[in-house]
Design a protein around this ligand. Structure first.
Ligand SMILES: Cc1cc2nc3c(=O)[nH]c(=O)nc-3n(C[C@H](O)[C@H](O)[C@H](O)COP(=O)(O)OP(=O)(O)OC[C@H]3O[C@@H](n4cnc5c(N)ncnc54)[C@H](O)[C@@H]3O)c2cc1C
Length: 289
């Protein structure tokens, strides 16, 4: 059962930030796809709910060939999935969204809500980190920007101060000769992943790796880069053996837990397999550019 709360509905972002600063014990609600579940389970019972779903100022997809992609926090998963410009410049984002939950959840859940919820199994974070995304947060006192991989602190914990909202996700322009891939492993289609892996590979002419990111989902308290796998890849001539070795390194460079869905060993095994496959996919895409 959900406890009573005061419902706050600001008309503008400025009003929202002022209300958020004024009210103690206040939780933001956007699509409510995650928040209402934890409220119904009685895990939290905030006195005030600040509804930002209808703030059009935060609902946008902007793309510029020099600046890259900017997603307002209240942009829905479905809007990202259906965006022609994202399909053209960041096809891996469209493919990821297409496998995130049901159409109903995608129609209402938002990118800002997904990232702020900080579920380690969330799909967008590993891919956005592989894409070198930054996140903009702001309060009535001002705004700040940080790399997305510094935003996640612990299970369901993020680097936000009191009164701050997620405002925007910025994805820079992808470097030439770069391929990006993401896949989760799940038992039910479009369910949360048992684990997920995002990989990006930038080639330095030929088959040599100039830059790489390997980002693991649900392999620890937060989405995490396997920096050991990345360091191993950079400067190497890429081939199947190298991808397999990087997979082995990534499977050891993480902290997956055992739960009712999978053992720790199984998670490590799948991380190894997916890392190898995603690196190969990213590599082949980079070769074709
Ligand atoms: C059936 C089901 C299946 C799902 N499957 C998947 C899946 O496969 N992959 C996946 O990644 N996710 C999945 N999800 C999670 C879903 O993607 C997220 O719940 C959704 O994106 C959250 O967005 P929201 O706008 O509904 O956030 P809300 O539920 O409104 O909020 C979530 C949290 O973020 C905070 N918040 C929201 N917006 C902001 C903001 N702008 N600034 C600061 N804090 C904010 C809230 O206070 C709350 O703590 C699933 C959810 C459901 C219900």
């Amino acid at each position: 059962m959900i406890h009573d709360f005061h419902y706050l509905k600001p008309g503008t972002l400025k009003e929202a930030l002022a209300m958020y600063a004024e009210h103690e014990d206040c939780k933001v609600i956007c699509g409510g796809q995650s928040l209402l579940i934890v409220m119904r389970q009685g895990m939290i019972a905030p006195e005030n709910l600040l509804d930002i779903k209808h703030l059009n100022e935060l609902n946008y997809i902007k793309f510029d060939e020099k600046d890259g992609l900017r997603l307002g926090a209240t942009t829905t998963h479905r809007a990202i999935e259906k965006s022609e410009v994202i399909k053209k410049y960041y096809p891996a984002l469209v493919a990821m969204e297409n496998k995130l939950a049901s159409i109903q959840v995608r129609n209402w859940g938002t990118i800002g809500g997904n990232l702020a919820h900080a579920d380690p199994a969330g799909d967008p974070a590993p891919l956005l980190i592989a894409l070198k995304a930054n996140i903009k947060v702001g309060s009535a006192k001002g705004e700040r920007v940080m790399p997305l991989d510094e935003f996640f602190v612990d299970y369901f914990e993020i680097a936000m101060e009191k009164g701050e909202l997620v405002l925007e996700v910025h994805v820079p322009v992808t470097q030439p000769k770069t391929g990006i891939a993401y896949q989760k492993f799940n038992y039910l289609t479009n369910d949360m992943g048992i684990v997920g892996v995002a990989a990006s590979v930038t080639l330095n002419g030929g088959n040599t790796c100039k830059d790489a990111r390997v980002v693991l989902g649900n392999a620890g308290p937060t989405p995490r880069r396997s920096k050991k796998a990345e360091e191993f890849l950079i400067g190497k001539a890429l081939n199947d053996d190298v991808f397999a070795e990087a997979g082995k390194i990534a499977s050891e460079d993480c902290e997956p837990v055992a739960d009712i869905h999978a053992s720790e060993d199984f998670r490590r095994h799948v991380i190894g397999v997916l890392t190898k496959r995603m690196l190969k996919k990213a590599f082949e895409e980079a070769q074709g550019k």
